[in-house]
Design a protein around this ligand. Structure first.
Ligand code: PEP
Length: 254
């Protein structure tokens, strides 16, 4: 049985105290309300990571992740944070390939393949994001775009490395827009991703890979999305900044 995960991406929101206070609400709610075996992951700015990991101790259903790492192990890269640093504070996950990193910071599949290797080498589990833009969907290129992102971004990993990965399908046109993919659209792509994994690795690897949906996911639409056979949870932006909304999404798997 593959793992069900609901991961929050706080992006560049919340100062230190605001972040700690939201996280404290989340951990309390998880303790009181989560009855299934799903995992809630909070991907915060670097500044919060160490404290959140300390606060998450004793809550086995809550994990902490970063939103980025540098591709190199260390060196003269002013302002950057390495995978080893993130791992050293006890974070478990790192989001890689988010469309905002691709769009605003020019991160392409080749760079993301290096970042993925670096993350894995340092014991971090990447939440690797893929997804097409609106133009690409309208031109009916979405399957090709996804295939290329997988091929160039992660399919050169060994089977052992790949099995550490969580994938997130995030149609760019649905991120932060309030426009969600329909459950049929999302399921179609998730099934396609699983088939690509089976073709490149094996059916067993494909069956064990957690594939999240992201893009304007909220407590209202999550039940239908998560009921799809190939959707194993969500990557949540806006709604992860409200403890009640985030928990209601996590609770879909109760
Ligand atoms: C995201 O940024 O990964 C995301 C899915 O954002 P939102 O939920 O706000 O669309």
């Amino acid at each position: 049985m593959r793992k069900k995960i609901v991961a929050g991406n706080w992006k560049m929101n919340l100062d230190y105290n605001e972040g700690l206070s939201l996280f404290s609400e989340i951990t309390n709610m998880v303790k009181d309300e989560i009855t299934g075996s799903q995992q809630a992951v909070v991907c915060s700015p670097f500044i919060h990571l160490h404290s959140l990991v300390q606060m998450a101790k004793g809550y086995d259903k809550v994990a902490v992740g970063a939103q980025n790492i540098h591709q190199n192990e260390s060196g003269a890269y002013t302002g950057e944070v390495s995978a080893k640093m993130v791992k050293s504070v006890g974070a478990e996950y790192v989001i890689l390939g988010h469309s905002e990193r691709r769009q605003y910071f020019g991160e392409d599949n080749q760079l993301l393949a290096v970042k993925t290797e670096t993350a894995l080498k340092n014991g971090l589990k990447p939440i690797f994001c893929i997804g097409e833009t609106l133009d690409e969907r309208e031109a009916e290129q979405h399957f090709d775009v996804i295939r290329t992102q997988l091929k160039e971004g992660v399919f050169s990993l060994s089977t052992e490395q790949f099995s550490q990965l969580v994938l997130a399908y995030e149609p760019v046109w649905a991120i932060g827009t309030g426009k969600t993919a329909t459950s049929e659209q999302a399921q179609e792509i998730h099934a396609f991703i699983r088939e690509e994994i089976a073709n490149n690795y094996s059916q067993e690897v494909a069956d064990n890979t957690t594939i999240l949906y992201g893009g304007s996911c909220n407590p209202k639409n999550a039940p239908e999305l998560f009921a799809q056979p190939d959707i194993d949870g969500g990557l949540i932006g806006g709604a992860s900044l409200k403890s009640r909304d985030f928990l209601d999404i996590v609770k879909v798997f109760n």
